[in-house]
Design a protein around this ligand. Structure first.
Ligand SMILES: [Ca+2]
Ligand SMILES: [Ca+2]
Ligand SMILES: [Ca+2]
Length: 270
């Protein structure tokens, strides 16, 4: 299976290179990539053994048990972890910032303008979990973000629409929602779905859930479900997102985001 995945990635990389080199035009008629084509079955017989074959609430419950077995980080340890998980593959001194897509020096972590900081994609006020060890330090939804763009996103729910965020890489926002740039729409959706399954209220933190609203405030919910499902389909996992999942699994938390391995499980549960 590993060999198949490697071949597929090589083919995709060659196709991209051909387009960049002007050797091939991107097809305007190709159907959108479907989640099925990105399924990673490498862990089905081991890590996901108890979840395979299940659907709906039964699948959600099984995945919750599987991914809750994890190592937890302190908030201060998150800095160095992000320098590894989000490293720019073309410049190992940099990280890629989630919403803007900018590659910035790892050493510019901090809170000043021009720095990058630790963005909680599941806004930490939605469920009020703060930065105590737990959901507030879970690498599966923490990403480097430009300080200013992070503050523009704030604690808004996710939805389509709005006006361009300055230096936001194509991200949009309005008074009640944020739309990340196209290349990370699926990443954002899968992080949200991970959080909803990982946190079910049994460990001293709120039961985080996805709903159909964009005015959730401090309630332990994030919307908008229909849009997040569409983003999961439109932007399937790529090599960067898959590598990130692997680094979190191998080197830090030892749990996986099931929706990066099996994007089709989103449709099964929601
Ligand atoms: Ca809106
Ligand atoms: Ca993506
Ligand atoms: Ca939940």
């Amino acid at each position: 299976m590993l060999a198949i995945r490697t071949r597929r990635r090589k083919a995709a990389a060659l196709a991209t290179a051909a387009v960049l080199a002007g050797l091939a035009a991107p097809s305007l008629t190709a159907s959108p990539a479907t989640a099925t084509t990105t399924t990673n079955t490498d862990y089905d017989a081991t890590y996901y053994k108890d979840a395979i074959g299940k659907t709906g609430t039964s699948l959600k419950s099984s995945l919750h048990t599987i991914i809750s077995d994890q190592t937890k980080l302190s908030y201060s340890a998150v800095w160095d972890a992000l320098k590894a998980t989000d490293e720019d593959p073309d410049n190992t001194g940099n990280v890629i910032l989630l919403y803007s897509g900018v590659s910035r020096s790892k050493s510019l972590n901090g809170g000043d303008t021009g720095d990058w900081n630790r963005e909680h994609v599941w806004a930490k006020s939605h469920g009020d979990f703060g930065t105590a060890t737990g959901p507030g330090t879970d690498l599966h939804h923490l990403r480097p973000s430009d300080v200013r763009v992070n503050s523009v996103r704030g604690n808004k729910d996710f939805d389509d629409g709005g006006s361009a965020v300055s230096e936001g890489g194509g991200s949009l926002t309005d008074s009640d929602s944020f739309e990340p740039r196209d290349a990370v729409k699926g990443d954002v959706a899968r992080m949200i779905f991970y959080m909803a399954v990982r946190y079910e209220g049994g460990d001293g933190f709120a039961d985080l859930e996805v709903n159909g609203r964009v005015d959730n405030g401090s309630a332990p919910y994030i919307g908008k479900l229909s849009v997040l499902k569409a983003w999961n389909d439109e932007d399937p996992p790529d090599a960067f997102e898959e590598h990130r999942n692997q680094v979190v699994y191998d080197d830090y938390q030892h749990n996986r985001n099931p929706f990066i391995d099996h994007p089709e499980w989103v449709e099964s549960i929601w």
